[in-house]
Write a protein that binds this ligand. Structure first.
Ligand SMILES: NC(=O)c1ccc[n+]([C@@H]2O[C@H](COP(=O)([O-])OP(=O)(O)OC[C@H]3O[C@@H](n4cnc5c(N)ncnc54)[C@H](OP(=O)(O)O)[C@@H]3O)[C@@H](O)[C@H]2O)c1
Length: 394
């Protein structure tokens, strides 16, 4: 039997991170955890360290690192505890690491995912913001570094599985007409604009089908998540925005589809459980047990589809606009959205004003293209400052 693969889980304490460790725990002969990273949830990271015994742990700052080190010492767990953004890059590029699960939320996940790409790792990409902010730079780094990029977002995993095995980024050569991203429609799918005026963070985070972190849950409620996924799909599969469609499919059974020129449509179906796309990316091209029940077709009700309503959910339109504008527009959209969603979750902004803040920021911050990570991060910071100003004015 071959040696277990070394895995770094960036964002181990989050929803995707925990699901990743659940899948890994089912296959100790295949995977060995080398590093786990967290930001603020030290108790959870400590428990994970006791269970998976990684060589490295990363936390946000020195005080957290010292506190964690003390707890580990008194429990007899041996691990090197690092802190800060540079440490995330360090554990994403260690020579003993074969695969990196990129599951930090937001553009904070970009530098470490990009470093893994440059180092030629197998990247299991949950952090869609990396491709939204730095699509061209990221894809160039994957090619130059000889990395393998495997999508973890369930929609992109579905498309990846529905494309020809030898798909090389040329939709016409592969006979592809369109790709269709499905969307659950989120918790407010059937609410009027008026009914969305006073929704709370708790309402927005109560997703009908998926259990996820708070930021992506709000993004699902505004449909910005689908917009970010459209941008992610453009880069992952090299498909023009005009060939990416969104279909609201409230049952979340079909995770996305590829429509071919001969009229065929290939889709991937499954229960709404992130362990399926995580296991798919971890083991690809093999298939492994993920702890997920098979779909029971006889208990499924109907499978229905609707067009997204861009009037009630303008964030999806803004994402298409950002793609069309090009340059740094998607990075500006993303930064404004992160600032606006954080303000909504803190009770400083109404749900319906998230789109307003994003739109005003896109109008106020230059979309001129940045071609280095540093320039992109500076643009991200500028757009956040601008968006904070708009939040204060709302
Ligand atoms: N959840 C899903 O089902 C799902 C599905 C598809 C794609 N995704 C994507 O996967 C990513 C993670 O989503 P999630 O739902 O798992 O998020 P989450 O539950 O909020 O977890 C985020 C993780 O990132 C860490 N983190 C937060 N801010 C950080 C920072 N500034 N520096 C370093 N680490 C930081 C958190 O640490 P602490 O918890 O310790 O603070 C946590 O480990 C997102 O990009 C999301 O769009 C998620």
């Amino acid at each position: 039997m071959s040696k277990p693969q070394g895995i770094t889980v960036l964002g181990a304490t989050g929803s995707v991170g925990c699901n990743t460790l659940d899948v890994i725990s089912r296959h100790p002969e295949r995977y060995r955890v080398v590093a786990l990273t967290a930001h603020r949830q030290l108790d959870k990271l400590f428990e994970q360290a006791c269970r998976f015994r990684p060589e490295y742990l990363v936390v946000a700052d020195e005080a957290s690192a010292l506190a964690l080190q003390a707890r580990l010492a008194s429990s007899g767990v041996v691990a090197e505890v690092l802190h800060g953004p540079e440490a995330l890059i360090q554990v994403a590029t260690l020579p003993q690491v074969d695969a990196v699960m990129a599951a930090i939320v937001g553009s904070a996940g970009l530098p470490s995912a990009l470093a893994a790409a440059c180092a030629g790792k197998r990247i299991l990409l949950a952090n869609k913001e990396s491709l939204v902010v730095a699509g061209r730079l990221f894809m160039d780094a994957v090619r130059a570094g000889g990395a393998q990029l495997l999508p973890v977002d369930s929609e992109h995993s579905a498309i990846f599985q529905s494309l020809p095995a030898d798909y090389a980024g040329d939709p016409d050569a592969s006979g592809i007409r369109n790709i269709i991203l499905t969307a659950s429609g989120g918790p407010f799918r059937s609410r009027s604009a008026q009914e969305m005026l006073n929704v709370t963070p708790e309402d927005a985070c109560r997703h009908p089908n998926w259990s996820m972190g708070r930021k992506i849950s709000v993004d699902s409620a505004t449909l910005m998540n689908k917009g970010l996924e459209v941008i992610e799909a453009r880069w992952l599969f090299n498909v023009a925005p005009s060939r990416i469609q969104v279909a609201v499919h409230p049952q979340s059974v079909i995770h996305s589809m590829v429509q071919y020129k001969d009229g065929s449509v290939l889709a991937q179906l499954g229960s709404p459980d992130m362990r399926t796309p995580i296991a798919c990316a971890l083991a690809w091209p093999e298939r492994i047990e993920a702890g997920v029940e098979s779909l029971d077709f006889f208990s499924l009700s109907d499978l229905s589809f609707e067009k997204p309503d861009l009037q009630r959910f303008p964030c999806l339109r803004l994402a298409f606009d950002a793609l069309e504008t090009g340059g740094d527009a998607p990075a500006v959209l993303n930064a404004a959205n992160e600032a606006a969603v954080a303000a909504f979750l803190d009770g400083r902004l109404r749900f319906v004003d998230i789109a307003k803040v994003v739109e005003e920021t896109m109008a106020g911050v230059s979309a001129a293209a940045s071609d280095t990570l540093e320039a992109l991060l500076a643009k991200d910071a500028e757009a956040r400052r601008f968006a904070e100003g708009r939040v204060a004015a709302c």
